[in-house]
Write a protein that binds this ligand. Sequence first.
Ligand code: F6P
Length: 378
Amino acid sequence: MQKKRLGILTSGGDCPGLNAAIRAVVSHASLTYGWEVLGIPYGTRGLSGRKPPIELSTCDGRGVDPLLATGGTILGSASKGYSGESVEAILTGYEALGLNAIVAIGGDGSLRIVADLAERGGWNFIGIPKTIDNDVGLTESAIGFDTATNTVVDALQRLSSTAASHDRVMVVETMGRTAGHLALHSGIAGGADAILIPEVPYSIDSVCQKIHDLKILQQRHFALVVVAEGAKTLSGESRQYTDAQGNTRLRGIGDYISDGIYHRLGDRVEVRVTVLGHVQRGGMPSAFDRILASSFGRVAVDLLAAGKSGRVVVWRAGDVESVPISELCAHCPRLVDPQGSFLATARGLGTYLGEFSPVFERASAARLQQSELTASQV
Ligand code: F6P
């Protein structure tokens, strides 16, 4: 009987852990089921025949498999689902490669695109979610999020010592698109004094109030403000610009917040801005991302072996499950729940999180009153 041939591709923005997922798919497919695995380069571009496929095999056993620990993707990726290739070329390319099934590792946009192609072409398809934004629906974690969170926490740790040495306010801009998971999780773990996320509008006045409170009430002359690139003002504005190709990109919120603080507090505080940018997408995957990627890869192969298709693997309550792609897409993007536990935790730590909760606002007003009293007494 002819060997089954499985294709695997990565699509959308890269992140740490993609190679660990590729490794798991290749190992399990070849060792457990005896299938061949073809790496499809640069997402759908490779399917259209514009790039030759890569034969993938398991590590030769002479050392530690580098795929487990390296960032990026050995297959390459295109940041958009399509890169100009026609649907017909992709469907023909898939047939020409003699594939029996495809595993796509991507964010919600890319997974949707490949699932759509799979439906048109009648392909067997399983999706694996990845993104440092962690905004894919129905999964508590996507590959790359944990590592990116650790990267931001590491940066916060480094910035807090220099902030303390110079009595400065450090504004740290994170990625995340329209979701605040990365800023919120890293802000909690990194001890941020204010965390501004797209889901909860912020007020610069309140950020300044927080800085003032820290000084007056806690005699702390430095502060860490973490701001997600998509954070919005009370009137719903985020900071964006249009690049030379006409794409709208989120950029500039860190400087905007810094200027806002300066305009209100003037020389009473010194502010510096760090934009972490694509640093958040690089580096070695964390232990959790390696486990997640390996588990996702293993289950993706088992699903195909069991004749399942059109599904995406997800992480729930410490284990892998799978859901139909249509169900997953109906829950995208997955945003931070303003009533959820993580915001409650940050609030419990006294972090300024935006202007969403009457209870929080009342507490802020009381603190302000108290700090004014204290200030007038000194
Ligand atoms: O979706 C992942 C992400 O890193 C976002 O957080 C960010 O806004 C975007 O991709 C950056 O995209 P690019 O790599 O195309 O600049």
